[in-house]
Design a protein around this ligand. Structure first.
Ligand code: ADP
Length: 565
């Protein structure tokens, strides 16, 4: 594997001198190749682009011309015109994941690749990416790029890994990405993501790959639209349309103007109140990206509406209302290959809709044993898998735990985050020994086992852009108990006891009493109407929570931005 290089350790001069001018002039060196050449997407209609590496063929097949058409004939699948998309974001499962963004960055490109899209994902090459992936990366080239306002040069290496029809390009720079964690604090993270956004565009020019659409995710990639339309405006990559997706509006990348101006090197004219500037003294990276992109999406319809209100707008509601003609919501899905109780290798007992009710009991017993809880089929296990932050409604949970704990109920918490919540849950574990387990850690394996072994799953968030845990919970037959906000509202239909429809229990206002009431309603059905509860379990497992439908919505959006006549 090529060693990571920094500004000072860079040695591959022969390879890079030819290209070294590329980033300095933000891509002009390669622009000549591209000016009269169609974009990658155009090429792709004839042959797979993602350049040289894409392995997918268009999925459409000719109908079979056999004599027994009823049996053998395949229905042709029309996956629409081919488009090339470049995802830029700061995390992606399984390389590095801290939350839902990591899941989306993995699952959506994979789903798009299946419907005739060439997808490249650009990520930082963090040191913490497991060695099993690092060793498979292939060196694609490197160059120096000017970054700061005074033109300091920084090394950009490109390491590539192709998997499941998606090309992953990792931006390599030891100076920025050698922390053990993708995010540390803003003092470190602001320069890191100023660098990353610009390096991603310079890499596209270097690789001579112009996508139809550049799809940026969250504040860490929010300077991309600004770089694209200013410093890269005379380069080939500027032919692409650009989309910004907000996964969580709470995080915006805000720092003082001087620092962001210095690190980004962006021209003065983008530092105005309608673009980057916030409250006269700060620069807000997300705000700038939203102003400069062609389309804004967020991860559910309800959240798209909520963020335009003062209550949920995190200070950007007016800016979003101003840009609302280009804003829409597309709800997330989950990767149903990874999240499949029938094949999940991390479960003690696999199951599908046919045997879920029995097999979930096996998983429940194993979970109880593993976590030191009283082993008892009869008890109702309520799970909570979450970052422990105030977004997740944990003050409500804290208020109701004493009320819900009785000899029939167990609570399992898996999470890490604010010490205040970690300590609260440790306290409850101690107080209700044998019936409460607080596992304060990030543990993928245990998360799978809780989804499979729990009867219900709490997601009482203060706000929730989409939320994946309720989707996974439904897929694994754990009934969600959620607050009606953001994606929770869009994906969990309240249980209707008269018609026996719906997927879970919901409450509206952010009040502990309403959460308490929702849990009690769930308990009532669990203990007194098990047949109906079990039917809901099966109904939820059959619900389509995959990416398929949403991937099509994204594709429709890409097509609307790149019409070909
Ligand atoms: P957010 O992105 O706000 O953290 P989401 O519901 O969108 O919330 O995504 C959370 C993802 O992270 C889910 O896949 C969930 O299973 C996983 N997760 C959260 N906390 C933990 C944890 N402590 N251990 C393992 N997985 C976790």
């Amino acid at each position: 594997m090529p060693a990571k290089k920094t500004e000072t350790t860079m040695t591959d001069t022969t390879k890079t001198t030819a290209k070294a001018t590329t980033p300095k002039t933000t891509g002009k060196a390669t622009a000549k190749k591209g000016t009269d050449k169609p974009a990658a997407g155009k090429n792709a209609e004839k042959k797979p682009a993602a350049g040289k590496t894409a392995t997918k063929k268009p999925a459409a097949k000719k109908p079979a011309t056999k004599k027994t058409p009823s049996k053998k004939a395949e229905t042709p699948v029309d996956n629409g015109p081919r488009r090339s998309i470049c995802f830029i974001g700061s995390e992606c499962y399984p390389f590095v994941k801290t939350g839902g963004l990591g899941d989306v960055m993995y699952a959506l490109p994979k789903a798009l690749a299946k419907i005739n899209c060439d997808v490249k994902v650009i990520l930082p090459r963090y040191k913490c990416i497991p060695w099993e992936y690092q060793e498979k990366m292939v060196y694609k080239g490197s160059f120096y790029m000017d970054l700061t306002a005074n033109g300091r040069q920084f090394y950009v290496g490109i390491m590539e890994y192709v998997w499941d029809g998606v090309v992953y390009d990792f931006i390599d720079n030891e100076e920025f990405f050698s922390d053990g964690n993708p995010y540390t604090n803003l003092i470190v993270d602001i320069p890191k993501f100023c660098y990353f956004g610009k390096a991603a565009l310079a890499a596209l020019n270097y690789l001579d790959w112009v996508p139809d659409v550049i799809h940026c995710h969250d504040w860490q990639a929010a300077l991309v639209p600004l770089y694209l339309r200013t410093m890269f405006k005379d380069t080939q990559v500027n032919r692409a349309s650009v989309i910004m997706t907000i996964h969580n509006l709470r995080f915006q990348g805000v720092y003082d103007i001087k620092t962001i101006k210095y690190w980004s090197g962006l021209p003065d004219y983008v530092f105005n109140k309608d673009c980057l500037v916030q409250k006269f003294v700060d620069a807000n990276m997300l705000k700038g990206g939203l102003a400069y992109c062609n389309k804004i999406t967020t991860v559910s319809h309800t959240y798209a509406g909520e963020i335009q209100t003062r209550e949920y707008g995190e200070g950007l509601d007016a800016h979003l209302r101003y840009h609302n003609n280009k804003l829409c919501g597309i709800v997330n899905g989950i990767d149903t290959d990874i999240w499949n109780p029938k094949t999940d290798k991390l479960l003690p007992a696999n199951y599908d809709v046919k045997n879920a009710i029995d097999q979930k009991k096996v998983n429940k017993r194993e979970l109880q044993k593993a976590l030191g809880l009283e082993v008892d089929d009869h008890k109702m296990i309520i799970g909570l898998i979450s970052r422990l932050t105030n977004q997740k409604g944990l003050d409500l949970v804290n208020a109701i735990v004493p009320g819900i704990m009785d000899e029939h109920t167990q609570l399992v918490v898996l999470g890490t985050g604010d010490s205040q919540y970690e300590n609260t849950f440790r306290y409850y574990e101690n107080k209700y020994k044998g019936n409460v387990c607080s596992y304060i850690a990030y543990k993928e394996e245990l998360a799978h086992q809780i989804y499979a072994g729990a009867d219900a799953l709490l997601v009482p968030s203060q706000f929730e852009p989409c939320g994946l845990t309720q989707l996974i919970g439904m897929r694994y037959g754990a009934i969600p108990i959620v607050r009606e906000t953001g994606g929770l509202k869009d994906t969990v239909e309240p249980y209707n006891m008269y018609e026996n429809t719906g997927n879970g229990y919901t409450f509206d206002r952010y009040e502990a009493g309403l959460l308490y009431d929702a849990i009690n309603r769930a308990k009532t059905l669990f203990f007194t109407g098990r047949e109906y509860w079990d039917r809901m379990v099966i109904r939820n497992m059959e619900k389509d929570v995959s990416w398929e439908k949403s991937a099509w919505e994204y594709k429709a959006l890409y097509l609307s931005l790149t019409p070909r006549y």
